[in-house]
Design a protein around this ligand. Structure first.
Ligand code: ACO
Length: 426
């Protein structure tokens, strides 16, 4: 505890404790607010609400800092493999060699889907959005693994991480009408996924190192981001004691929207549109600034980052490197850079502290890797799974966790009589 705040209202005064986090972040503990005062705190988009205490990820949006379990994202991105980051986020510390070996072998052993699940894929229309398939398939996994016993949490966590890439790759193969490629277990997590995405049965396929490295980086940069829309959904749904698979299915749906993870797909669609229309960058930005147009600069802006998003910085640098290594020349990359340059000199964006977020460059890199636009948000899911799981596990490990149940300020009609008008059947 770090002092108290006083609240006065209607001639009464109450004191509330101030909590302090390990990085000096402070918050008023309003747990007893309604009980003491009869008032509730009103903040519909949670911009000022600390919904939990968490030891997983630290963000300082003013300084552009992001750390996983205390480790700066820049170091993790440069030095780690995705599986180690999964372990770190979920279990709190870097694994020993033995722990990592066991974790990796679990991730390898559990990659297969029950053969019956293939029939589900057959039922979707060919143009089904893969995010819809992901959400349904995760909910469906709970029909195969229905046991919600906490003793099985570790096994279910492994199953989720191992099977997610198989589901994602199968969703893609379904959309292009190609046969499913089964996992090959001597490959790394990213390598295995890339093979299931791009191999065809009739031809040998060797995972290109540049793709594997690029994917490793992208997955790590998406792995956690504290209390965002999808992670808070994961905690919200998990607080009802819904099982891990159901909670993930809900988080996938929350991520899908264009204000959140769906923005990576929208960035490419926006750049494509600008290109096709032949519009200048400034003309497009004028449209964005015109409130009545309803057009936003996708991949820009963030609730927390008001300086820069360190993930976007890393991805911008990676984009040049990856494009060089792949020998790809995509005019959309130059357009994105120009758009960023113009926006960062524009008073509208400067005064609102709007900077590129993680979605601004990720889509361009995925595109260069040959991943289709509709799969971009699925790629975000694959990266974000360890973060969602870490938060779900952290919440459930707290013996005092309660079901999440906000209050509201009712603004509807006061009591009125439902006048008897006889039976009103149509
Ligand atoms: N383009 C144009 N104007 C913007 C943008 C944008 N991308 N983002 C914010 N603004 C403006 C708002 O209109 C508002 O202007 P005003 O003060 O004149 O009313 C001001 O900047 C503040 O924005 P808010 O909407 O209050 O910011 P909020 O924190 O609620 O929203 C969000 C954040 C949803 C990310 C928003 O910036 C956005 O829609 N960006 C585009 C979509 C996107 O890239 N989403 C991915 C986010 S990162 C992630 O989830 C992985």
């Amino acid at each position: 505890m770090s002092g108290t705040v006083k609240l006065t209202y209607g001639g009464n005064e109450w004191e509330f404790p101030v909590l302090e986090g390990s990085e000096g972040e402070k918050g008023i503990d309003f747990g007893a607010l309604r009980k003491k005062t009869g008032l509730v705190a009103h903040d519909p988009a949670y911009g000022n609400v600390g919904s939990c205490e968490s030891a997983i990820t630290f963000i300082d949006g003013e300084k552009g800092i992001l750390r996983y379990r205390g480790y700066p994202i820049e170091q993790v991105a440069e030095r780690a493999r995705f599986t180690e980051v999964c372990y770190l986020l979920i279990y709190g510390e870097r694994p020993t060699d033995d722990q990592l070996k066991k974790f990796r072998s679990g991730l390898t052993y559990h990659t297969l889907l029950h053969e019956d699940m293939k029939k589900f894929f057959e039922g979707y229309p060919a143009n089904a959005h893969p995010m819809a398939i992901m959400a349904s398939m995760f909910a469906s996994l709970s029909t195969y693994y229905p046991d919600n016993d906490p003793a099985l949490n570790d096994l279910n966590i492994i199953r989720v991480l191992a099977k997610s890439k198989t589901i994602a790759a199968f969703a893609h193969k379904k959309s292009i009408g190609q046969p499913f490629i089964y996992p090959m277990n001597d490959l790394s997590w990213p390598g295995n996924f890339l093979r299931m995405m791009f191999a065809v049965p009739s031809e040998p396929y060797e995972v290109p190192e540049v793709l594997e490295e690029a994917l490793n980086l992208l997955l790590i940069l998406h792995a956690d981001h504290e209390q965002n829309c999808s992670t808070s959904t994961m905690r919200m749904v998990g607080s009802s004691e819904a099982n891990l698979y159901a909670s993930i299915s809900a988080a996938i749906c929350a991520l899908w929207g264009p204000r959140h993870g769906g923005a990576n797909q929208k960035v490419i669609e926006m750049l494509d549109q600008i290109k096709k229309s032949g519009m200048s960058m400034d003309a497009f930005l004028d449209k964005v600034k015109d409130r009545d147009s309803g057009v936003k600069l996708m991949g820009f802006g963030h609730r927390v980052y008001k300086n820069f998003d360190p993930r976007a910085k890393l991805l911008k640098a990676a984009a040049d490197r990856i494009f060089d290594q792949l020998g790809v020349n995509d005019p959309l990359l130059d357009m994105a850079k120009q758009l960023e340059e113009h926006a960062l000199q524009d008073e509208y964006f400067v005064s609102r502290k709007l900077y590129p977020n993680v979605d601004f460059y990720s889509g361009i890199i995925y595109r260069a890797m040959g991943i289709p636009t509709e799969m971009f948000t699925v790629m975000f899911v694959l990266g974000r799974l360890p973060g969602w799981i870490a938060h779900w596990r952290e919440m459930r490990a707290d013996p005092g966790y309660r079901i999440h149940r906000p209050r509201q300020i009712y603004t509807g009609e006061n009591e009125r009589e439902f006048v008897d008008m006889g039976r009103r059947e149509l």
